[in-house]
Each structure stands twice: as structure tokens, then as C-alpha cells.
Design a protein around this ligand. Structure first.
Ligand SMILES: Cc1cc2nc3c(=O)[nH]c(=O)nc-3n(C[C@H](O)[C@H](O)[C@H](O)COP(=O)(O)O)c2cc1C
Length: 327
């Protein structure tokens, strides 16, 4: 396939201009011929016709999901609610092999994966697939839909949040020095988040953090590394939410995307079970609003995390942890 761009078209500026059209974010799902659930993040969804009810969306031809969607008889459009931002990052990641691991979904019409807790879902039969430059343009006829009007949809505008995350991820992957920079950035930003969270967290925030830790431990026991990573990222996102400062929480979400990427890249490494007591300690100090102790626990957590998993056996790490704890 050859891609031609108008000779004078400045692609960066063109994309920037397009990004001024705010959209929602959807996870497009289908099932492969082998019965494997497939999904990707998409914001090119649009309603086309009411009678019959037709919708459209575009899929990059080079996507790993292209064959499955082209061969399938239908697809589901899962419109994300604001609280599901984590799913947007997850289903947009090429690094994650099983995007559905730890994600709650039900089989809808013809077994199409319908994600739970979405703002709306549309289950469609494939009406047409058109060749559209470097994308396939899918038209679907809606067979069944559900919606929850009380949910606020996740909105994507000016690419700001995603672009920031993308830039951060790319930058953090460049070298070992950059990895150290990510750890430093986390120390600084999460330290500040903990300070604010100590001041502003309410009981529900603490309970949500506690529940996330329990979930994480369950995933670790069940040997579900990617679900564990997702819950770990979510734990730190919830600390951001506990600040009750939306701007700060949004910035923390960008950092969470970087964490998700680097943790997913390292997912094959052994589960860092020694980190569990440290996360519990952060939560303990958050509960008692002891900012200094919470930051100290975070520092120790990050010291552990910055050690390469391969060279640090569980025993070595545990002995270091015990040495730290006796301070
Ligand atoms: C907010 C957002 C919107 C996206 N919209 C689309 C889209 O409409 N079509 C598409 O093909 N990819 C879109 N993507 C990119 C895909 O999600 C991403 O390329 C894909 O999930 C990577 O996995 P793959 O290698 O399996 O394709 C979007 C990504 C984000 C973050």
C-alpha cells in the first residue's frame, strides 16, 4: 500500500487542526475466527443514518486487529465513561498482548465482547467495509444498544492528554538515564500527590485504594500479570483522584500512562511481591494523614522499583526491605 500526502500538507499541523474536533472515546471489539476477543481504542466513531441505524468508524490498515475486524460479521462499540480512562490507554497499547485480561465484559449478539460499565454500547452487524486511504472505513448496522445516561462520557479534545502521555512514554523509553528520570519524576509528582491527598482524601478514596490493593494481591496470586499491572497503575491513579484537584489528577493520569507502558514492557519479569507491604504502608500513612511518612514509604517503594527485577532476586529484595523497615 502506498500512502501519498499532498506535497504541501504539513502532517503535524493537519493532525493538530483535526484534534480541534472533540470526540468521545470508544473501544471497538469483535471476535476473531479462532474465537479470541479483539479490541482497540477508537475515536473515529460517528453516527451515519437513523433509518436504518448505521454507524461508521475507521481502522488503520496496519493495525494488528485489521484481519479480525474485516473477517468478522460484526463489531461492538463501547463508548467509554469518564472513569474508564484506563481502558483507553490499555486498548491503545501495542505492547499489551491480551488487552482483555482483567477487563469485565459479557458476550453480546453473536458473542461480541460488550464491556461493562460503559456510557453506551452498540452491537452491530457489518454493513459495509470501504477502502479509505490508509484506513478501512467500517459501516455497521446497530442490532442492539444500551446506555447509562447518568454516566459522563470520556472526552478527547486537542489530543492534549494523550499527546502528553505519548511524548512522555517515548521519552521514557529512550535510555536507562530516562528510566531513572521516570523514577525521579514519580518520586516528585507522587510525593506532591500524597501531600495533597493527605489533606483532601475522604473515606471513599481510602476505601477505593484499599479495594484496589486487595484486587492487586488477588491478581498476583491468580498469576494474571497484566491485570496486576493495571490494578497497580490504578492504585496510583486513585491517589491522584484523592487529591480532589482535577488538574493535578489529570497530570497524574499522564504519568500513569507512562507507568502502564513501562510496567507492561516488564510484565514478563517476576511479580514484585515485595512491593505489596510498601504499597500498604503508603495507604496506612495516607489514612492517618501522615504526609512525611507517606512520602517516605513512597521513596522506599520507588527505590525498590528502580532495581532491575532480573538482578534482584526476591530474597535480596526482601532482605533490603527488612533492612529498610528496621530504620
Ligand atoms: C484516543 C485514541 C483514539 C484512537 N482512534 C483510532 C481509530 O479511530 N482508528 C484506529 O485504527 N486507531 C485508533 N487509535 C489507535 C489504536 O487504538 C491503536 O493503534 C491500537 O490499539 C494499537 O494496537 P494494534 O497494534 O493492535 O492495532 C486511537 C488511539 C487513541 C488513544
Amino acid at each position: 500500500m502506498e500512502t501519498t500526502v499532498e506535497p504541501n500538507l504539513d502532517v503535524k499541523e493537519y493532525r493538530r487542526a483535526l484534534s480541534l474536533f472533540p470526540t468521545g472515546v470508544a473501544i471497538l471489539t469483535t471476535v476473531s475466527e479462532e474465537g479470541v476477543p479483539i479490541g482497540l481504542t477508537c475515536n473515529s466513531f460517528s453516527s451515519v443514518s437513523l433509518d436504518p441505524p448505521l454507524v461508521s468508524w475507521g481502522l488503520r490498515k496496519v493495525s494488528r486487529a485489521a484481519t479480525a475486524f474485516r473477517n468478522a460479521k460484526g463489531f461492538a462499540i463501547n463508548i467509554l465513561a469518564g472513569a474508564q480512562q484506563g481502558l483507553s490507554g490499555r486498548f491503545a497499547s501495542s505492547a499489551i498482548t491480551d488487552k482483555f485480561e482483567g477487563v469485565a465484559w459479557d458476550a453480546g449478539v453473536n458473542g461480541l465482547p460488550v464491556l461493562r460499565d460503559c456510557a453506551a454500547t452498540f452491537e452491530c452487524s457489518t454493513f459495509a467495509v470501504h477502502d479509505a486511504g490508509d484506513h478501512w472505513l467500517f459501516l455497521g448496522q446497530v442490532q442492539r444498544f444500551e446506555h447509562e445516561i447518568s454516566h459522563h462520557p470520556l472526552v478527547f479534545c486537542k489530543g492534549a492528554y494523550m499527546l502528553l502521555s505519548k511524548a512522555l512514554i517515548e521519552s521514557s523509553q529512550q535510555s536507562a538515564t530516562r528510566t531513572a528520570e521516570v523514577v525521579e519524576a514519580r518520586r516528585l509528582i507522587h510525593g506532591a500527590l500524597l501531600e495533597l491527598a493527605c489533606r483532601n482524601a475522604v473515606a471513599e478514596d481510602i476505601n477505593a485504594l484499599e479495594a484496589k490493593l486487595v484486587e492487586m494481591e488477588k491478581f498476583a496470586e491468580a498469576g494474571l500479570p497484566q491485570a496486576r499491572v493495571e490494578a497497580g497503575v490504578e492504585f496510583f491513579r486513585l491517589i491522584g483522584a484523592a487529591t480532589h484537584n482535577e488538574i493535578v489528577a489529570t497530570l497524574a493520569n499522564s504519568l500513569a500512562d507512562v507507568m502502564r507502558q513501562s510496567l507492561s514492557d516488564a510484565v514478563a519479569s517476576a511479580p514484585r511481591s515485595e512491593l505489596v507491604p510498601l504499597r500498604r504502608e503508603i495507604l496506612k500513612h495516607l489514612r492517618t494523614r501522615d504526609r512525611a511518612a507517606a512520602e517516605h514509604a513512597l521513596g522506599r517503594y520507588l527505590d525498590f522499583l528502580s532495581q532491575p527485577a532480573e538482578s534482584a532476586s526476591e530474597e535480596v529484595l526482601m532482605s533490603k526491605f527488612l533492612a529498610y523497615s528496621s530504620h
